[in-house]
Design a protein. Structure first.
Length: 166
């Protein structure tokens, strides 16, 4: 399933990057959706190229019933983001992969933070795939809109998070 979502935040790309990679913010987002943040590891400084690895437990409530029976009430999701150094205007790109423990579900995406004056457009494009026989398409189809919604939740919460710190 193709994944595509976009939103704009009224903050510079550097602030958005700092927020999207802040452990307290990641914990807040995880708990907001009924999950928990298991671990965060950042290799490198956010001022340059770096890699962020986030492990979360998330509820499986929105998956098809048969998938929930196979996977249980929650899923452990490992999200790895390989961020490039910022461009001259502050824009950034991250290659994002997600792996679900115990399930052949993979997400490969590109997240772009496009600087636009004092604002940042956040674009996410990619693919959701599942190789579970007969169910893979349904699982990928269920996951794709959830990821788009997750980007919107992340953006809304980032805006609230940043406005509370300005």
């Amino acid at each position: 399933m193709a994944l595509s979502a976009s939103t704009t935040l009224p903050y510079p790309a550097a602030k958005v990057t700092e927020t999207f990679t802040d452990e307290a913010f990641l914990r807040h987002i995880s708990e907001l959706v009924g999950g928990s943040l298991e671990s965060v590891q950042r290799d490198g400084d956010v001022s340059g190229a770096f890699t962020l690895t986030v492990v979360r437990k998330v509820p499986s409530a929105r998956l098809p019933e048969i998938a929930k029976k196979m996977l249980g009430d929650s899923l452990t999701v490992t999200q790895t983001e390989r961020w490039q150094a910022p461009a001259a205007d502050g824009s950034r790109t991250a290659d994002v992969t997600m792996k679900v423990a115990g399930a052949p579900v993979d997400v490969n995406a590109v997240q772009q933070l496009v600087a636009d004056g004092g604002s940042t457009r956040v674009d996410l494009t990619g693919d959701v795939k599942s190789s579970i026989p007969f169910l893979g398409g349904k699982i990928a189809a269920a996951a794709e809109p959830m990821l788009g919604k997750a980007l919107n939740v992340q953006a809304q919460q980032a805006e609230a998070w940043l406005s509370g710190r300005s």
